[in-house]
Design a protein around this ligand. Structure first.
Ligand code: SOE
Length: 398
């Protein structure tokens, strides 16, 4: 517990970007100090965006004290100690490197960058200022059921990992009339389903098993090559009026790949935004030499656990409702059984980040962890371009 009589040191936060991810991060900055005992006083100092009126409206709505229309001004402000990067991938490296050079801590949305080269630059920039925290927002690590899955694997409760079966399924662009947006533009997003959602399940597979992917054989596909051009982006997809003009989709719509794990297991991955009916289905199953685990984000307060040492007559998947005070982060919220949602993982991310900054530690996932995922994304793209050729992945990360 922090001493209520000693004022906590201030942590000034500047956030760049205020759309979907900016809103998710803002609620986390607002709520983390209200529900968790934090060693620093969070000051939501400034939000940045190019359009003066829109960023001012966002600041009022999301709870930021001030605005900037130039991110360069934001990252050098004296009242900013930490820069939160919530922009599309093509600007991550430039903003994060400038922020670290200005002596700020950084939280950067995922995937870390659009290319391995950019990700390496970011890791080097972080290594140059070892007393600064540089964290990447693989937020789903901080879902309590995911934390429990990792603990069960680490405690040997499923034995040696044999299989990981990982899917991230959405359907928000399955309709070909859904207009273009930056997530469908390779220049801005780096890749499509692969980097946007596949990156999450790659990170989760490595996080839960404590292993890394050592090679892949991959297929990528784009199903809809032309889409309407919309006059604005809102939420996930473009929206507003379309005058009949269309433009090209330059990213993958779906990624499917096989992988090997460093501990000897085999893994399969699927990431798509064309799975009608699946809204945000992150499905993970891990089979080990002593048992299995299964998780689906669409039932995110539950983890299924099978213990192979149970008597055959009564064995079966145990449905663990991960809402007890004993479970990670839960005690700060509601009584058992009341459950958490999508936004809570963002709040937990802020909690661990602020505690890391105060303790002079480097909370994971670090930029080095982000680079390791980037190496997987890059290997998937190279493998798919070469007819699913087996493509090894070097160990450069954490
Ligand atoms: C869109 O597919 C998206 O918003 C991702 O960009 C996020 O990382 C994920 O949390 C939800 O879906």
């Amino acid at each position: 517990m922090t001493d209520p009589h000693v004022p906590a040191p201030r942590l000034g936060v500047g956030m760049v970007g205020y759309a979907f991810m900016g809103a998710a991060h803002s609620q986390a900055w607002r709520n983390a100090p209200r529900f968790f005992d934090l060693p620093m006083a969070v000051d939501m100092a400034v939000v940045g965006g190019r359009d003066r009126d829109r960023v001012a409206a966002a600041a009022r709505r999301l709870g930021w004290r001030d605005t900037e229309t130039d991110w360069r001004a934001l990252v050098t402000r004296d009242d900013v100690d930490l820069v939160d990067v919530c922009t599309p991938g093509d600007t991550h490296a430039e903003i994060a490197v400038a922020a670290l050079a200005a002596g700020k801590h950084v939280l950067c949305e995922k995937p870390l960058a659009n290319t391995v080269a950019e990700a390496r630059t970011m890791v080097e920039a972080a290594q140059a200022v070892p007393d600064r925290v540089a964290m990447v927002g693989f937020t789903y690590r901080r879902v309590p059921a995911i934390q429990l899955a990792r603990t069960l694997v680490a405690d040997g409760r499923i034995g040696t990992v044999r299989h990981v079966r990982a899917q991230y399924l959405q359907d928000w662009i399955a309709d070909p009339q859904v207009p273009l947006s930056w997530r469908l533009d390779r220049q801005r997003a780096g890749s499509g389903a692969l980097g946007d959602i596949g990156a999450h399940v790659v990170d989760l597979a490595q996080f839960i098993t404590g292993e890394r992917l050592t090679g892949v054989a991959a297929m990528l596909e784009t199903f809809v090559h032309e889409r309407p051009v919309a006059d604005r982006f809102e939420g996930l997809a473009g929206s507003g009026s379309t005058d009949g003009a269309t433009g090209p989709v330059t990213v993958d719509d779906a990624a499917v790949f096989l992988a090997r794990l460093s501990g000897g297991g085999l893994a399969t991955f699927e990431a798509t935004r064309f799975a009608y009916g699946r809204k945000n289905a992150i499905r993970l199953e891990v089979n080990g030499s002593r048992g299995s685990l299964a998780f689906d984000f669409e039932d995110m307060n539950v983890l299924h656990y099978f213990d192979a040492s149970d008597p055959a007559a009564t064995a079966g998947f145990r449905r663990i409702v991960v809402t007890e005070p004993e479970h990670a982060y839960v005690a700060a919220w509601w009584p058992a059984g009341h459950g958490l949602g999508y936004e809570h993982a963002f709040t937990h991310q802020v909690v661990d980040l602020v505690r890391g900054v105060a303790a002079g530690e480097h909370p994971a996932p670090t930029f080095a962890d982000g680079l390791q995922v980037q190496l997987v994304l890059d290997a998937v793209q190279r493998s798919a371009a070469d007819d699913a050729r087996w493509t090894p992945i070097a160990d450069e990360g954490a």
